[in-house]
Design a protein around this ligand. Structure first.
Ligand code: 9N3
Length: 648
């Protein structure tokens, strides 16, 4: 129980039929506390000390002023308590046509009040029935300044309401449970109260008009001209100034012949005045609402302006900080954007990479369609760079039986990296060809037609090294052809889309070279370069039934002519393109055509990015780029070899 409300509830023996000094039954569930009470249009909601006792709800100006007597009371026997539909704090207590609009400080307090009033009534009813007492209705007699907390009191005091002050002096003076800054909500609540009052008044007026029309038809108008003794409520001293919005200067002459409580016991003049007062109140509250909304909008606008200014300053700060950073020598170097101190987070990095890749795709697509268009308009003449394949020297190499992976290299293939190449080739033949389909360590990341791409997630010191293995079956081409187009840098730009430029640093032999390439920068990651030895080999099978193997290995090496630069991060690669040709026998004595051949490819890739890069980004890029490369490259080989002699 809060400090401004108190219970006097007990189930003790004394309370069975207790009576106060004046013989009234005293509280079983008495309750008193502060409630906001709707007073009038001028004062709106006011905090009042409300007491629930002896089946009566009374209110006082404040708790300290209870000895001066209550300002109004309602007998609860016939009272109707209505919790407000939307305002969770409000409860309206009405008896006949008297309504008290009340507001508790919060929904819990409202609940307590409603519960208490109901409990009070139930207990009283029970006692009354027992005692055979008939329910009586207590009509409140408001005190002089009790205001207009009910419709009846409104009507009673309609004439004393200074209507001019109602408009000019209307201000949010309510000291109710509404908190500061909630004045708009307060006003809206007032509007709801007005709406309720207005509805009742419209009903009353309607009743009056119905009565009028009855009276006219029954020719009873004369009988209704009896002057009743209710003059106190409508002093004759009333002046024009007391009328609100009577802009037309028309007084209710029309109805002056009718006594104040002429038709259906309704005092039309009083009703008309209070009706005007209500509408005046509504208008005043509305204009107040508008004022508040305008003020609120102003304040929001100011806040928006302030935020915009703040944003502008931050953006400026960011720009100048970035400029400062750019001036520093390490800008653009390997340690700048990447690494845990990167200025952008992984998500942003990832988005940027994706966007850049999409842009690249679009450009590639455009150049591809352009190329096709040009090819169609001017077909490639015979003997172009691609048609030399039939004369490749590997095509007539002797076939020798040897150990599992016998590497044949002619004397002119020998160079200073020969042993490294042999080692790499052996390693590919032993490990790379192993099937990973059923290996739980390898996850299948992409499967499209014959192509299957697997990877193993491996990280070393936070650097993603995920080994990749892909298998593919390509119809109509041989392993030799596949390796030829993969190894020979002449064709590199036809299928490779991730390279910005490349150059052969050193030609080691007819089938081995050292290549330097810079990969296209995928903003905002630093650009990567790779320096690798690329060698092509044919490995003869152990027996007649097994196919020979064609293989290209690209693995990182060092070279004095291609030192790492500050512009790029040097990535390290170890890649193998391992191919075997399967031939299905042709029908009859026909020659083997491209329809009879198929190349089984095993592609393995180990890329060490050479520095920190976000794992999620690298993995996403790898998942996207490898299948794309495999499809594009193998289609390219099919395209290039179609209609040409088969290079076994
Ligand atoms: C990737 C290189 C990087 C990243 C490669 C290099 C790569 C792949 C294939 C060479 O098969 S190849 O030898 C054909 C000749 O070019 C070959 C792939 C991922 C991202 C797909 C794993 C280095 C560039 C890089 C690394 C990290 N850029 C940004 C972050």
């Amino acid at each position: 129980m809060s400090d401004n409300q108190s219970w006097n509830s007990s189930g003790s023996e004394e309370d069975v039929e207790p009576r106060d000094e004046s013989g009234h039954l005293v509280g079983i569930v008495d309750l008193s506390g502060v409630l906001s009470k709707w007073t009038n249009y001028i004062h709106g909601w006011q905090d009042r000390w409300v007491v629930l006792k002896n089946n009566t709800l009374s209110y006082y100006k404040s708790q300290d002023e209870t000895e001066y007597g209550c300002r109004g009371s309602l007998c609860l026997s016939k009272a109707v308590i209505t919790p407000h539909e939307f305002d969770e704090c409000r409860l309206d207590v009405s008896v006949n046509d008297s309504v008290w609009y009340l507001r508790a400080q919060d929904p819990e307090h409202r609940h307590q009040w409603i519960g208490s009033v109901q409990l009070h009534r139930t207990i009283r009813e029970g006692r009354r029935e027992k005692a055979g007492i008939q329910g009586t209705i207590f009509i409140p007699q408001p005190l002089a300044d009790s205001g207009y907390g009910s419709e009846s009191s409104l009507r009673r005091h309609g004439s004393t309401l200074s209507l001019t002050s109602a408009t000019s002096g209307f201000s949010a003076t309510s000291t109710s449970s509404f908190k500061k800054g909630h004045s708009l909500r307060e006003k809206l609540s007032e509007m709801e109260t007005f709406r309720d009052i207005l509805c009742r008044q419209v009903d009353t007026l309607q009743k009056y008009f119905d009565g009028c029309s009855d009276a006219v038809t029954k020719d009873e108008l004369q009988r209704d001209k009896i002057v009743e003794d209710d003059e106190d409520d409508f002093p004759s001293t009333r002046t024009d100034g007391e009328f609100l919005h009577n802009n037309h200067g028309i007084k209710e002459k029309l109805f002056q012949s009718v006594s104040p409580k002429g038709i259906n016991g309704i005092d039309f003049k009083g009703e008309a005045i209070t009706f005007k007062a209500t509408t005046a109140g509504i208008l005043a509250t509305l204009s107040h609402c508008i004022d508040l909304m305008v003020k609120r909008e102003d304040s929001w606008q100011k806040r928006v302006d302030k935020e915009m200014e703040k944003r502008r300053r931050i953006e400026e700060g960011y720009k100048s900080a970035l400029n400062e950073l750019k001036k520093k020598s390490h800008f653009g170097g390997p340690d700048y954007e990447e690494g845990p101190n990167s200025l952008i987070n992984e998500d942003e990095f990832f988005d940027a990479v994706e966007a850049a890749l999409d842009r690249q795709d679009k450009i590639e697509e455009q150049s591809h369609t352009e190329k096709i268009r040009l090819q169609r308009s001017s077909p490639v003449p015979p003997g172009d760079v691609y048609s030399s394949i039939g004369t490749h020297r590997f095509s007539d190499k002797p076939r020798t039986q040897s150990s599992p992976a016998l590497v044949i290299s002619a004397p002119h293939d020998v160079h200073r990296f020969s042993s490294e190449v042999e080692e790499m080739v052996q390693s590919h033949m032993t490990y790379s060809l192993q099937d990973v389909g059923g290996d739980a360590n390898w996850q299948l990341v992409v499967e499209e037609g014959e192509m299957k791409v697997y990877r193993r997630e491996v990280e070393e010191n936070g650097i993603v090294l995920d080994p990749l293995k892909a298998t593919h079956s390509v119809k109509g081409v041989t392993g030799h052809e596949v390796c030829h187009y993969f190894w020979d840098t002449t064709y590199r730009n036809d299928w490779e889309t991730t390279i910005e430029n490349f150059n052969v640093v050193e030609t080691l032999s007819d089938n081995a070279a050292i290549v330097f390439q810079t990969h296209k920068r995928v903003w905002p990651a630093s650009q990567r370069d790779v320096l690798y030895l690329s060698a092509m080999r044919k490995i003869l099978a152990n027996n007649e039934n097994d196919p020979d193997t064609w293989l290209v290995c690209n693995f990182s090496v060092d070279h004095d002519d291609a030192q790492p630069s500050s512009r790029c991060v040097r990535a390290k690669i170890n890649i193998g393109m391992i191919c075997q040709t399967l031939v299905s026998p042709p029908e009859g004595d026909q020659e083997i055509s491209r329809d009879n051949i198929m190349c089984k490819i095993t592609y393995v890739a180990n890329v060490n990015p050479g520095g920190w890069a976000p794992a999620s980004v690298l993995r996403a890029v790898a998942k996207r780029e490898y299948p794309k490369f495999l499809k594009r490259f193998t289609s390219y080989v099919q395209e290039k070899t179609a209609g040409k002699p088969i290079l076994f």
